[in-house]
Design a protein around this ligand. Sequence first.
Ligand code: MTE
Ligand code: HPA
Ligand code: MOS
Length: 753
Amino acid sequence: MKNIDSNGHVRGESLFIDDIITKSNTLHAAVLSSVVAHANQLQLDISGALSFPGVEAVILAKDIPGENQIGGIIFDEPLLAEDEIHFQGQPLAIVVAESNFIARQARKLIKVTCNQLPVITTAKQAKQQGGFINPPRSFGMGDVEKAFAECDYVFEDEVFSNGQEHLYLETQGAYAERMENGCIKLMSSTQGPTVVQRITARVLGVSMNKIEVDVTRLGGGFGGKEDQATPWACMVALATHLTQKPVKLILDRHDDLKMTGKRHPYESSFKIGLDKNLKIKAFQAEFLQNSGAAADLSPAIAERTLFHATNSYFIPNVKTVVHSCKTNLPPNTAFRGFGGPQGKFVIESAIVKAAEQLNIPAWKIQKANLLQENDELYYGQIAENVEAQNCWSQFDKTFKINKIQKEIDSFNDTNKQFKKGMALMPICFGISFTNTPMNHARALVHIYQDGSVGISTGAVEMGQGVNTKMLQIAAQTFSIPEQLIKLETTNTTRVANTSPSAASSTADLNGKALLKACQSLLERLKHVVADEFSVGVDLIEINNGRVFIQQKETDWDWNKLVFEAFWKRVCLTENAHYATPKIQFDKTKEKGHPFAYHVYGLAAITTTVDCLLGTYEIDRVKIVHDFGQSMNPGVDMGQVEGALAQGIGWMTMEEIAYNNDGKLLSNALSTYKIPDVFSIAKDIQIESLKTEGNDMAILKSKAVGEPPLMYGIGAYFAINNAIKAFNPQYQCQFHAPMTPEKVLMRLYGKNSS
Ligand code: MTE
Ligand code: HPA
Ligand code: MOS
């Protein structure tokens, strides 16, 4: 099935938050944010702004009727600053005016005074001064000390990976309207409607049933709207509560870039030990996560880093620790992969370090250590239905690793200015929210008396195609044409208590709930046929919109069946709930079975470096990916391609830069380079792994949203290998992104980072 949004998107008819038809008396909000990164004794003089013509209100922390607190996991983040400021871009005041223009003019008239304090921008500085969000977490298995002592080779190094800007096309925004009896209806561009509902209720000091949140779709989220869509929704709700008028707030790109958190930069170190047969016997890593000024989702992201610290390898002795370091940057947040990519970059760096020292290709070490069936992952889960080796062997059969390497070697032998490099990147990504209680979802299905169907779930459409998948599930279960089915908006009054659409689990969780709801309705409808024709229920089938008894077509079609059911007073609505079975995790022991299943894959990335300029091109990406049994190859291929591009961007060109005062320097698209049509791989071949699929995945179609991002890590090492081909003196530096500037330094330097 084609993505059901594609026509609307191409014609510009799809409705995003800024397209909502607002009431004529709608006010517009603008947020004043801090230009210093750390201060106390904050004082705001709002008199100038308040008297500016067209301004209706200027809202400060003291005007909040409930709690000035938007923290999710830890209560450490005010909606509006009170006495202290902790990052540049922190919201200080909300100006509400007749127009957007007036609100932005007026906010310039607010006078801010404060007492500036020293600023910390890196995780290492924070750790030195003991600035942490929460206590460290540590996972382990076996005995690393003993194992290192027995290893033939031991290597150590440091690794840095930078943050990443989400750059969703649609910036953050929300719209609030007052309803009866002090209730507020919010339209929000959020991945987590229930998060918005819960936190808005807290800020206003009302119960959750007074806040309705409705989400039509997002112009991209990528994790940036899992938690950080919330403050803007709280602000318009607050403004509506105080002015009694509808209020709209859409951040412009500059405000969005400087006020919102990004992927967490990590400063890490590793120690890896191998035996003579290249088996990794021991691995140790310390991760310093730059969390920013408040917790946001950092503790959960830190946890996923630990879960993915061994990627797709079996290592018998492992010890990892992660520190969430508090700095004066905007709170960093979820970003596709959720800490997993940062973890994987470190183990891959360790393997590359070992390979460099042993003078062998890294893929020999990768291959020798792939997970096998029933291996114990170091957090206690026994690996089942492992596809790591299958991906490798199918890849080698189709694409021939030796052949790719030979072509590269012969190119490099005969070229001086241009050098090619190749790297393989295996992935293994755990599917489920690592926080077990979040793994459940609901669906609500109405069959209307004319036979048409309306579906509500907790799933938020953000471009990943989940609505198309939901529609497919209903169409397939009922065996009716897709035109009969409509996907409703995601709304907290229809489907309550939803987990955010995240962790790549949206289709699995909501799809399984939807499948259950459709199956019960189908059962109920079959009983109507059974009663009418006096036959057993199991002899009845609905096929392509027609009713069959014992494979014989009757004169009843779907519409007739539905109408008869309605007339016989059968309930045509069903609500179902799904909770992932089997998963658990014991945080006191840091052991358990947190994931429903894992997604595997293998990519080879080849690149050409211009050794005069330091520029590079990604020539080719070949992938064998574990889709399970894809329920929609078009949508799923799109996810692999998009994630790959985003992963390559993170590893090679996207460079977030803050100065020592905590000011975002990469604050526009002229200073922050994202992959475009020219930088994407010239040739991408994606092959589906031949596999049965997994029953824990919806219709055996495995989660696909995040895992392929990590193929992008291969781009870093492919370029690294090309540099080595030109400059044999070069010792690998694990400091991403691999920008052309860095490539040039590494081509001609000995040991520059
Ligand atoms: N694809 C598009 N087009 N837009 C997005 O915002 N978000 C990614 C991924 N793919 C995203 C996307 C992230 S971070 C996640 S967790 C998943 O989609 C969420 O959707 P899923 O659970 O349905 O895979
Ligand atoms: N992944 C993504 N988002 C999340 C998770 C997770 O594991 N836990 C909480 N939010
Ligand atoms: Mo995705 S980072 O789990 O929203």
